[in-house]
Structure formats: C-alpha cells, structure tokens
Design a protein around this ligand. Structure first.
Ligand SMILES: CC(C)(COP(=O)(O)OP(=O)(O)OC[C@H]1O[C@@H](n2cnc3c(N)ncnc32)[C@H](O)[C@@H]1OP(=O)(O)O)[C@@H](O)C(=O)NCCC(=O)NCCS
Length: 336
C-alpha cells in the first residue's frame, strides 16, 4: 500500500468582480446584511458570452496544477471532476477535460457531491493511488453558479452567497505512509436532500416533454433552494464531527492542526469551527470574503491560495473539511 500526496495546486476565477453593492442594484439587499450574515464582500461571476464554463475554468486551474506538479499531462492516469454545475446534463465535465487538455484516453469520473465534492473526489483519487492502480490523478472542483441563480429579490437569500471559480490538484504516489493523505472520511444523510437542492432539470417523475410544454417562467425548481438556518445548524455539527473523526483516526488532537481549510460555506460557520477547536487565525484559512461560496471549487481555491501564501509547509498537519447539499460531509487529514 502507498499513500497519496498533493504535488500541484492551481485555481482560476473569472476576472469580473461582483460586489455586494452591485447586487443591491438588482435585488433588495445590502452590503451590511450580506457581510454580517456571511462574511462575503464580493464574488466572481462569469460575464455572459465570454466563453467561460465549468469545464473551461476547470481546465485553466488544472493547467496550473499540472505545471506546478512538474509532470507532463500524459503522466496523468485518471481524472476526477467534482461539480454541481456541469456544462451538459450528460456527459459530465471529466471527459471534456480529457478532450480539452489533450490527455490520452485515461478514465474520467464525475462526482456529484456539491460542497463536499472536492473532499469526495480527493478520497476517490487517494484510494486509486493507495492500491497502486494509478500513480497520478488530476482532481478538479469547478462551478459556474452565476448563470443559474435567481438574481431577483425572490432569490436573494441564495444568490448573494454563491460565486464562480475552479481549483485543481494533482495527487501522486507517496511511498512513505507517514506522509501525504493519512485518511479521508465521508458521510451522507439523504433524508435532508431537498433542504439544499436544485430540482430541475432532474426528471424525477416528470416527462421532459411536459416540462417543455409548460415552459413556465415562474417555475422556481430551476433555481437552487436552501433552507438556510437548517443548513447552518447541521453544518456546524457535521463539520465538527468529521474533523474529530479524522483526528481520532490518526491519534491526533486539534492542537496538532497546523492549517484547517474548511469549505467556504459561510464565514460564520468557519468562525464557529475555529472557536470550537480553539484555533487561532493563522490556523484557519478563509477566502469566502473574496469569492463567496464556490461549492466544489472552494476548498481547492482556498488550498491553492494558502499554499501560494506559504501557509502550507512540509510536515504540516493540514485538515480539509466540507459540508453541503445531500446532506454530504467529509474530511481529509494530510501530513504535508
Ligand atoms: C443564508 C443565511 C445567510 C441566511 O441568514 P439568516 O440569518 O438565516 O436569515 P433568514 O433566512 O432567517 O432571513 C432573515 C431576513 O433577512 C431577509 N433576507 C434574506 N436574504 C437577504 C438578503 N440577501 N439581503 C437582505 N435581506 C435578506 C429574509 O427575507 C428575512 O427577512 P424577514 O425577517 O423580514 O422575513 C444563513 O441561513 C446561512 O448562512 N445558512 C447556511 C448557508 C450555507 O452555509 N450554505 C451552504 C452550505 S454548503
């Protein structure tokens, strides 16, 4: 058995900055409400017609990660792509990355675990590397939310939170099993599936011909729904549980954490976790202020920025943790 380790990180966000004041011009909201409830100051939105998609952003992030990993794209043995906002209903973006990067015909897998998507994707990559099946795995988290948000007052409690962007990591084989990814921990609780969901264009028990015939501009099932307070309450509990689970599995304590990179759901959630584990500001990395919640992209964007800022050093204990729609949640414990 081997371990896996992250050897390259990259991210890409659209240039277009959308501030809270910008949003207040199109819906009844304001900077004070958004900052107080979420910590978000601005986010990035793709500009209509400029060609950026979930896949193209993922490819841009992946190119940086591959270059920093110091490997050739043809050394990649497998692709895992996490998103809730795929370019197409099918096929998923994994194969589009294989095509657009011009990688040989390696396997490409799509992960549908929303805010926990990157943690799930890393866990999958880790298993393949651990068993020796693959040596280098490209993991991408990318989201294009802005096209699908209700940018009116009706959708304000959801649409002010989410932003566009992509992050990527290259994982490779580590022979020393005391280093790299020590363990991953995944959970789900489908009984709360609809509490944070986007029902359309899922077929459910609907016929697509009926949907097209209805062509109802007021069909809210095409916009994401979130029971905000319920999500918040579950998030703080599950984040804590899964971090403890990961630490205990490795006989570690919260005091051993050098850097916690939580999914950027809401700054208040991160602050709650920070307080609970008595971590100082240097031990928790947040960038939701700049990007909002970018779902599957949020951890790889944050991890990339933390690494670029020199906050991730060899030997550090780095913890990734996520919670989101499904509900799904998980953690990754890394000895960098
Ligand atoms: C979404 C969230 C910020 C909302 O905050 P909240 O304190 O729960 O706010 P509420 O939904 O109770 O709404 C409070 C009031 O603000 C209003 N409001 C909602 N969105 C608003 C906005 N963008 N601007 C101004 N007012 C807004 C509501 O209409 C409500 O008004 P009312 O009291 O007159 O009815 C918060 O619930 C949250 O962060 N939840 C977790 C979200 C999350 O982490 N999601 C991702 C998980 S991966």
């Amino acid at each position: 058995m081997y371990n896996s380790k992250i050897i390259g990180l990259g991210h890409y966000v659209p240039e277009n900055v959308v501030t809270n004041d910008d949003l207040s011009k199109v819906m009844d909201t304001n900077d004070a409400w958004i900052q107080e409830r979420t910590g978000i100051k601005e986010r990035r939105h793709v500009v209509k017609g400029d060609g950026d998609t979930t896949t193209t952003m993922g490819v841009k992030a992946a190119k940086v990660a591959i270059e920093r990993a110091g490997i050739d794209k043809d050394d990649i043995d497998f692709i895992v792509f996490a998103t809730l906002s795929p370019d197409y209903y099918f096929p998923g973006p994994g194969v589009l990355v294989q095509r657009d990067l011009g990688i040989k015909t390696v396997g490409a897998l799509d992960v549908r675990n929303q805010c926990s998507g990157f943690v799930y994707a890393v866990s999958i990559a880790d298993q393949y590397i651990k068993t020796g099946m693959y040596k280098n795995v490209l993991v991408i988290g990318s989201e294009l939310h802005s096209h699908g948000l209700d940018m009116t007052t009706r959708g304000r409690s959801v649409s002010v939170i989410f932003g566009d962007g992509a992050g990527a990591a290259v994982l490779t084989r580590e022979e020393d099993t005391t280093k790299g990814i020590l363990s991953t921990h995944l959970h789900s609780e489908g009984q709360h599936a609809e509490e944070l969901s986007l029902i359309a264009p899922g077929m459910g028990n609907r016929w697509v011909t009926d949907i097209m015939e209805d062509n109802d501009p007021n069909d809210e099932s095409y916009f994401p729904y979130m029971n905000g307070q319920f999500v918040f309450k579950n998030a703080v509990v599950r984040f804590s549980e899964v971090i403890v689970e990961g630490l205990e599995k490795n006989k570690l304590n919260a005091t051993d954490i050098d850097l916690l990179v939580p999914h950027q759901a809401n700054l208040r959630i991160s602050q709650f976790i920070q307080k609970k584990f008595q971590l100082n500001d240097d031990q928790v990395f947040n960038n939701i202020m700049k990007y909002g919640n970018t779902t599957a992209a949020s951890i790889p964007i944050a991890l990339t920025e933390a690494w670029e800022a020199g906050k991730v050093k060899s030997g550090d204990l780095v913890v990734l943790a996520a919670f989101g729609s499904g509900f799904t949640w998980g953690s990754v414990i890394i000895r960098w």
